[in-house]
Design a protein around this ligand. Structure first.
Ligand SMILES: Cc1cc2nc3c(=O)[nH]c(=O)nc-3n(C[C@H](O)[C@H](O)[C@H](O)COP(=O)(O)OP(=O)(O)OC[C@H]3O[C@@H](n4cnc5c(N)ncnc54)[C@H](O)[C@@H]3O)c2cc1C
Length: 416
């Protein structure tokens, strides 16, 4: 326990809660200010994978050509709304420019440190009592329907090996033995032992409860509108429910961050990457472990308490309207791999906005213009997986401690 600091965290997603956890551990008095309800953003209906082995960035060589090809074939999970939005167009061009071997190798090395760090911290976190979230350490299967893709995954595996995250290739019969819920027609798959899974909505609910018992104050339906600034420090945030003062501030506003930091003079390239999921009761023949359906870029996640299909990536602004075609694609995709692809009844059809950076790396840094503000966003497809590592780094930064890992790759200066 260190000196008491008053800290306001803006944004009550998994990143906000993780920051609160490690700040409270250090002795801070923490208040989360959330525009909707805690855990209602991207952290609610995601696929629940602690996908530590997912170190290859989206911006890898060939990614653009591959998606253009899949778009032409009508099989791409990606959709980009035709737009004149300069921010998005610049973001897409910068993404394309990052798809180079040298950049990919550097990103893999840099991402692996925070992924390994997050594994150790999740190990400690999930050992705590009262954090019920259907957590299981069963690994993840990546399933291919086309034998050619089993080979192309070999190349991916070679990239994972140096970081202790490599997969095991299994023939069809072995995979079907491990996962009898798969259709016999699959070509085979890769097993990654290092990955875990949990139910994100349960995690958010139980973590909130646990932190509230430890003193966390929560202000919901309190959108932050602007800031009161004195010199180079923020003194107060103005919300639709009044003003709140603190010694330090953390911006964990996910996909909305570009807008929230603009009035602080910061220009951060975070775009909303819309994804979908359908949550159901467990089907009659329910898988025992999560399966990534390779050709469909989607995930099937089973829990003791339910079953979820999730995926797709749309760059179409901040709308959270449910597109029935996208939802149908998830069911169609699952039916090509699973014997019993849907459970009944459907509990929830959902869409959420991932905070995407064009280099597929999170932003964890102190604001260059306000010294008592730390920004934690841009976690893209891995916000749940990276939550513990991020939370611990943020708590260290707020308390002016040197973080345990090198955080320079997550700095804001890379965008200048
Ligand atoms: C379909 C899908 C599947 C996914 N699967 C996985 C997975 O298996 N594993 C994984 O690791 N990740 C996964 N992700 C990604 C993961 O969900 C996100 O990276 C993560 O939830 C981001 O957390 P966050 O706290 O930054 O954002 P959010 O959870 O979106 O939280 C940000 C919060 O800030 C609030 N906010 C914004 N502006 C303001 C304001 N002005 N004032 C007050 N509050 C504000 C918002 O209301 C929101 O609640 C998936 C995402 C999707 C969409």
């Amino acid at each position: 326990m260190e000196s008491t600091k008053e800290v306001i965290i803006i944004g009550g997603g998994v990143i906000g809660l993780a920051c609160a956890h490690y700040l409270i551990e250090r002795g801070a008095r923490v208040r989360i200010i959330e525009k909707d309800k805690i855990g209602d953003g991207a952290s609610h209906g995601n696929c629940g994978l602690l996908y530590f082995s997912d170190i290859i960035p989206m911006c890898s060589p060939g990614a653009v050509g591959h998606e253009i090809y899949r778009t032409l074939c009508g099989t791409s999970p990606l959709y980009i709304k035709p737009t004149l939005d300069l921010g998005l167009l610049t973001w897409l061009l910068k993404f394309a420019a990052k798809c180079r071997p040298h950049t990919m190798h550097r990103t893999i090395a840099e991402k692996s440190t925070i992924l390994h760090y997050s594994i150790d911290l999740f190990e400690q976190l999930l050992a705590l009592e009262d954090l019920g979230c259907d957590f299981e350490k069963k690994g993840i299967l990546t399933i291919c329907n086309d034998p050619k893709n089993l080979d192309s995954l070999k190349k991916k595996n070679a990239l994972l090996e140096p970081y202790g995250m490599s997969y095991k290739l299994f023939e069809r019969d072995r995979i079907l033995e491990m996962e009898p819920a798969l259709k016999p027609g699959i070509a085979g798959g890769w097993y990654s032992e290092i990955d875990w899974h949990l139910r994100p909505d349960l995690l958010m609910a139980s973590w909130r409860k646990q932190l509230t018992k430890k003193g966390l104050i929560i202000e919901e339906h309190a959108q932050v509108l602007d800031f009161e600034i004195h010199g180079n420090t923020i003194t107060k945030v103005n919300t639709i429910r009044g003003k709140f003062a603190a010694d330090a501030f953390v911006m964990a506003t996910g996909a909305w961050t570009s807008g929230t930091v603009k009035q602080l003079g910061l220009n951060l390239p975070v775009q909303p990457g819309k994804g979908y999921s359908i949550t159901m009761e467990r089907p009659g023949i329910c898988p025992q472990m999560p399966c990534v359906l390779y050709e469909k870029s989607m995930v099937v996640t089973p829990w003791k308490s339910g079953y979820r299909l999730g995926g797709t990536m749309e760059f179409s602004g901040f709308s959270t309207t449910l597109n029935p075609k996208r939802l149908a694609k998830l069911i169609d995709g699952a039916s090509q791999y699973m014997k019993d692809p849907t459970g009944h009844p459907v509990i929830e059809e959902w869409t959420g906005l991932r905070p995407m950076t064009y280099d597929d790396m999170p932003i964890i840094d102190r604001s260059p213009s306000q010294e008592n503000l730390v920004i934690a966003t841009g976690h893209g497809m891995l916000g749940l997986t990276l939550a513990t590592g991020t939370g611990k780094i943020v708590a260290d930064m707020v308390y002016d401690k040197t973080p345990d890992i090198d955080i320079s790759p997550f700095g804001i200066s890379r965008f200048r």
